[in-house]
Design a protein. Structure first.
Ligand SMILES: *Cc1c(COP(=O)(O)O)cnc(C)c1O
Length: 489
């Protein structure tokens, strides 16, 4: 139903108002006629487009008002589990805007862009060191694309050995949804390995599944429940003995920097999300960066071209007959890679280790603050994130979704909810290392208040949010019947 106010508030256009002033066009009429000839007449409009006519001040106020409706890590706490919404240092932005980086073109001759190539070379080496891998490609533009590229390399590796019957990729039931999806897109059949009562991969089940048809095991460690897979060395042995490869989903590496390395755990391939762990801004849909590291025996299959050093010059090597090919135009999202490079150089080895120590400390501190008020399915030391269950509140008729919506009233971004799917009424909380103790305390206080409200005044939570620009949106309707165009009607 349309209210009377809505169009009045939204519609600000009045004929004749302008937000710009431009000099008169100096193009001749002939030129315009010529231009019109370039397009077939059926594509030309008969009438002037109906564009909003507003003053510069109205325009500025409109966009400024819209910008305050966004929640970002610069505006408030953002404990969205598995997404690592840490602070993005502004120094990164200064470096990314240096003209020598910002104004180069990927088709410039190599000798003109040696500095930029050196950054890519050094970043790849740093990431190889951090993960314990032998070589890294910076091409993939996201975590999911990194997964796919990594699996394509594993596939090429098996095929090169003539082992074409390796069609299965084993994925735990707690895995991020992109894992089985990437396996499928890479032409494999994903099979699920169970999580046991410890919240870890069920080793017996893994033994049953591993065999001659195993191409790889994809694993996140710490897993999406925030728990470290302690049996990883044994799991690696099981998979390697079966002839498979180990794939590490390192999208959130916030618990392991400088402490342990996937390469040392036995993994053969790893992707990182530079837009999560390494402070690339994200949350608005990109751009991302998902570099992939591989062990020695997979190097021939890396996406091409590969950056190599030849007599003090960095150059792109296209002569890679076993390469899976190019996976992204140009050379990856250079701007995001540059920010990650700046971050790594700013932090240094000791600083990165401190990142993980503080991320784990913050998560454990918050977990213990909240534990008395919610169900804690795995009561053990967590890594960079932890999982609570809203089962207790659900009994009072208040769902995890309701509580997430209620958090909005207090200016917090809710945690990830209903994922991983193997925990009922799940809330996955990742505070990250960049939050102060006071922020964690204030958030805990609000969570505790909501837990009390769930019992004492459930309607307050069920009707939430009360103070946001929009209330609960009909997500299904928005997806099925999107209204993409403003109709002045
Ligand atoms: C975010 C995430 C991904 C996917 O990364 P994208 O960059 O969004 O494609 C994969 N695995 C895990 C565990 C993640 O948290």
């Amino acid at each position: 139903m349309k209210t009377i106010e809505m169009p009045l508030i939204f519609e600000r256009s009045r004929p004749g108002r302008v937000a710009y002033s431009l000099p008169d066009s100096d193009h001749s009429c002939e030129y315009e006629a010529e231009l019109a000839n370039l397009l077939p007449s059926e594509y030309l409009r008969d009438e002037e487009p109906e564009l909003p006519e507003v003053s510069e001040l109205q325009l500025i106020r409109h966009y400024t008002a819209l910008s305050t409706r966004n929640h970002g890590v610069d505006s408030g706490f953002y404990p969205l589990g598995s997404c690592t919404m840490k602070y993005n240092p502004k120094l990164n932005e200064d470096v990314a805007r240096l003209p020598g980086f910002a104004y180069i073109h990927p088709y410039q001759p190599e000798e003109q862009v040696q500095g930029a190539l050196q950054v890519m070379y050094d970043l790849a080496q740093s990431l190889a060191e951090i993960t314990g891998m032998d070589a890294v490609t910076l091409q993939p533009a996201a975590g999911a694309q990194g997964e796919w590229a990594g699996l394509m390399m594993i596939r090429a590796f098996h095929e090169a050995k003539g082992e074409t019957a390796r069609t299965k990729v084993i994925v735990p039931d707690s895995a991020h949804g992109t894992n089985p999806a990437s396996a499928t897109v890479a032409g494999f059949d994903p099979v699920t390995v169970r999580t046991d009562e410890r919240g870890l991969v069920d080793l017996e089940h893994l033994r049953e599944l591993a065999g001659e048809d195993t191409a790889a095991l994809m694993l996140t460690n710490p897993n999406t429940l925030g728990l470290f897979e302690k049996d990883i060395v044994e799991m690696a042995a099981i998979i390697h003995e079966a002839g498979g490869k180990l794939y590490y989903d390192g999208a959130n590496s916030n618990a392991i920097l400088g402490i342990t390395r996937p390469g040392d755990m036995g993994f053969d391939v790893v992707h990182l999300n530079l837009h999560k762990t390494f402070t690339g801004p994200h949350g608005g849909g990109g751009p991302g960066s998902g570099p992939v590291g591989v062990k020695e025996d997979l190097i021939p299959f890396l996406p091409k071209p590969v950056l190599v050093k030849k007599e003090d010059m960095l150059t792109w090597d296209y002569e890679r007959p076993q390469s899976i090919g190019r996976v992204k135009p140009y050379h990856g999202n250079f701007g995001i890679n540059l920010r990650a490079y700046t971050y790594i150089r700013t932090m240094g080895a000791q600083g990165l280790k401190r990142v993980s120590e503080d991320a784990v400390l913050n998560a454990n501190y918050l977990m213990r603050q909240l534990q008395p008020y919610f169900d804690l399915p795995y009561d053990t030391v967590c890594m960079h994130e932890f999982v609570l269950s809203g089962k207790r509140q659900k009994k009072a008729g208040v769902s995890t979704l309701d509580m997430a919506k209620r958090l909005l009233d207090f200016g917090y971004h809710p945690p990830t909810i209903y994922f991983p799917t193997n925990v009922e009424e799940c809330m996955m909380i990742e505070p990250t290392e960049t939050e102060a103790k006071e922020t964690l305390d204030a958030f805990a206080e609000v969570m505790i208040q909501i837990a009390k409200e769930a019992v004492e005044e459930p309607e307050t939570v069920k009707q939430a949010p009360h103070h946001t620009a929009v209330r609960r949106l009909d997500e299904a309707l928005a997806a099925r019947k999107p209204v993409l165009k403003y109709d002045r009607g």
